[in-house]
Every structure is written in structure tokens, then in C-alpha cells.
Ligand binder design. Structure first.
Ligand code: URA
Length: 229
């Protein structure tokens, strides 16, 4: 297989863009910085600026969602996460779970429905870590309630036990392994408090890349994709 063809399929770039990347020296094959034009696919690892690329067609991205952007793929009133990507990358992507309009942080986007299902399914209990700022200081009783599980209005079942690390009087890291509607905000409301800022830092063992500014994105490496395999 030609290397430019491989790169175009792995990234969604055009063949001519892929050729320009190869010519620029950004692509290596099995550690060789100036690769030949053809690949012997078995076992060869293609890297773009040090990031492993994978075939076939599925794409996996992480994005730093800014405030005021929706996670749905279409919205009449707001910018969507897809609007933050170049046009040639948007095709067939969906987000693996959603954040509220005013929540910032890690969003995973993919074309692979089975992969995203493992992240969002209520049965897999994939943990999500949030940095939460609250209107009022947290009491010891509230921290205890969050850890044990709280009752939300619409459900007779308490939330699953959560991990809580208090960072300041009104700031905590909260790790939950469910994805109920507005769950973090409603959990804090159930303790008599209110969320004033919410930022997702991690999904499972995958943390938001600190080099990504709000609105920026990058492809996941093969090993990052494999965290949810
Ligand atoms: N919980 C919320 O309340 N909002 C989010 O965006 C994510 C989790």
C-alpha cells in the first residue's frame, strides 16, 4: 500500500495533503524518518509527528470542549463540537457521551459506535473525573453524601458511590461511573449546593491532554484507543 494512501485513510486528509506531510518529514515508518513510498503493512508502525496512526477507517479524537459549544452534531442555536474540526474531519463522527453547554473539558469523538458504546454504556461503569467548583463551601457531610451516593429527584436508586477529593473550600474532584442527565450538577444540588463551574478532566485512564487549549483537538494514539478496547 502506498504510504500517502495509508495516511489519507488514517487521518481523513487528502492524498496530496498526505504527500506534503511525508515530504515535510513529519511521517516516520517503524522509526525511519524518511520512509519509502510503499508500506509492507504487517507490523509496520506509521507515526505522524510522533503519534501512531491506525487503519482502517475509524477515527478517534480528543477535543477540549470550550464553554458555549454543544456536543450534538447539529444545533440551530449554538456552535457544535464538529464546528471546531476542519470540514474534512467531520464526516461520520459522534461524541462518546455529552457535556452540558456550560461544561468544559474532555470530549471523545469517533466514527466507531462499538468503541463509544463501551465508554457510555450504563453497564460498563466507565469512570469520568470532573473538577467541580461550587457556590458554597463543601461540608464534611456533603462530601460523605457524595461518596456514599445521593438520591436524585427522578430516580428511587441512589447514585453509585463516587470518589471525592476536596481541593479547596468550594472545589473538588468528583469521579462518577454513571452518566445520568446533568448528574454532577444534580448530585451537588442534592447536598444543598450549586455547581458554578464544571470541567471534565478524564474518562477512564485517559486524561485531557494539557497541551490542548480550549477548542483544540488531536487524534488519539493507538494505545489511547486501546484503553477502551
Ligand atoms: N454532569 C453534569 O451535570 N453536566 C455535565 O456536563 C457532565 C456531567
Amino acid at each position: 500500500m502506498r504510504l500517502d494512501y495509508f495516511i489519507a485513510h488514517a487521518t481523513g486528509l487528502t492524498r496530496s495533503q498526505a504527500k506534503r506531510l511525508i515530504a515535510s518529514g513529519a511521517v516516520s515508518v517503524s522509526g525511519v524518518a524518511r520512509p519509502t513510498a510503499r508500506l509492507q503493512l504487517d507490523g509496520e508502525q506509521v507515526q505522524l509527528d510522533g503519534t501512531p496512526l491506525t487503519l482502517p477507517g475509524h477515527r478517534y479524537l480528543m477535543l477540549h470542549k470550550p464553554h458555549g459549544v454543544v456536543c450534538s452534531t447539529e444545533d440551530p442555536g449554538h456552535r457544535t463540537v464538529l464546528d471546531l474540526l476542519p470540514g474534512d474531519q467531520r464526516r461520520d463522527l459522534h461524541s462518546a457521551g455529552r457535556l452540558d453547554l456550560d461544561t468544559t473539558g474532555l470530549v471523545l469523538l469517533t466514527t466507531d459506535g462499538q468503541w463509544s458504546h463501551r465508554i457510555t454504556s450504563p453497564n460498563t461503569h466507565c469512570p469520568k473525573r470532573y473538577r467541580v467548583t461550587t457556590a458554597l463551601p463543601l461540608t464534611a457531610a456533603a462530601v460523605q453524601q457524595l461518596r456514599a451516593g445521593v438520591l436524585l429527584h427522578d430516580s428511587p436508586t441512589p447514585t453509585r458511590p463516587a470518589e471525592v477529593e476536596q481541593l479547596a473550600d468550594a472545589e473538588l474532584l468528583l469521579t462518577i461511573s454513571e452518566g445520568r442527565y446533568h448528574q454532577v450538577k444534580r448530585m451537588l444540588a442534592a447536598t444543598g449546593n450549586r455547581v458554578t463551574a464544571l470541567h471534565r478532566e478524564a474518562i477512564g485512564a485517559l486524561s485531557l491532554d494539557p497541551s490542548l487549549e480550549a477548542g483544540a483537538w488531536r487524534f488519539l494514539s493507538g494505545s489511547e484507543v486501546a484503553l477502551f478496547a
